[in-house]
Design a protein around this ligand. Sequence first.
Ligand SMILES: O=C(O)CCC(=O)C(=O)O
Length: 276
Amino acid sequence: MGSMAPEIDSGTVEAAKVHLKEEGWCVIPNVISEERTEEVLDRLWAARDASEKQGDPTRLAHLDPNESNIRVFYLMQLDAIFRELIQHPVAVDMVKSVLGENFLISNFTASIARPGSKSMGLHSDMSLVVPDPWKEIWALNVIWCLTDVYYENGATLYIPGSNKIVYENEVPRNARQLLRPFEAKAGSIVVMDGRVWHTSGANITKDQDRALLFGYYTAPHLRQQVNWTAKLPEEVKKDLSPEMTDWLGLRVNANTGMVRTLRYLDDEFPEEEKAK
Ligand SMILES: O=C(O)CCC(=O)C(=O)O
């Protein structure tokens, strides 16, 4: 994975972590090189074809208003390059800074906005997997920019400060007017708190694609969006590192000892204390 990671100075990463905690998002530039970004983009188009071929559609009408939005849903099943990216050290460092040592990879999906594409529904990613109140960050996205991303080519639009929204009825009625683009260069990551309300932007260019990969990581007590045990072929599973096996939730023990470890009654509440 060395070739995928140009040196990023620790100051940049630490400042990004602070920005993420306070504002609900941050951008880290140059996480992968120009060449690697192009390679990932090429392999994404091949993965789109492979997905269609195996019967997993790359457009969902309930999600996107027209055919200019392309989705590739099971990236990690389709090509090793996506399994490498999802465990990129900078991404994992950002994830751990929010979720701690234990987390799950819930989903890893491409969203390509081609000219003419329009916005999907406004949502926060946490609202899709856990009902309100959203008092803590239990989920975040690492968004890989495979092209430059800017307002006109459909940058993801977000509501500043929406990482503080705890109940769904706090989402402002004038949400549309509040939306701002996440802008970044190809090769960057945008890290987004799972509580941030956002949508895809409309691509109003004539000929510029906007290609993003959404790596979605959650706290270990939240059910994953994809059942990777069912989706990943056995030959892929057997070559995964023990860490990746944990992060994909592939072990027999799923949610035991993740939140609290049980101690015997006699150890936690000894008899003599009961008498007091
Ligand atoms: O494509 C985008 O900009 C946003 C995609 C998104 O929010 C999603 O798929 O949940």
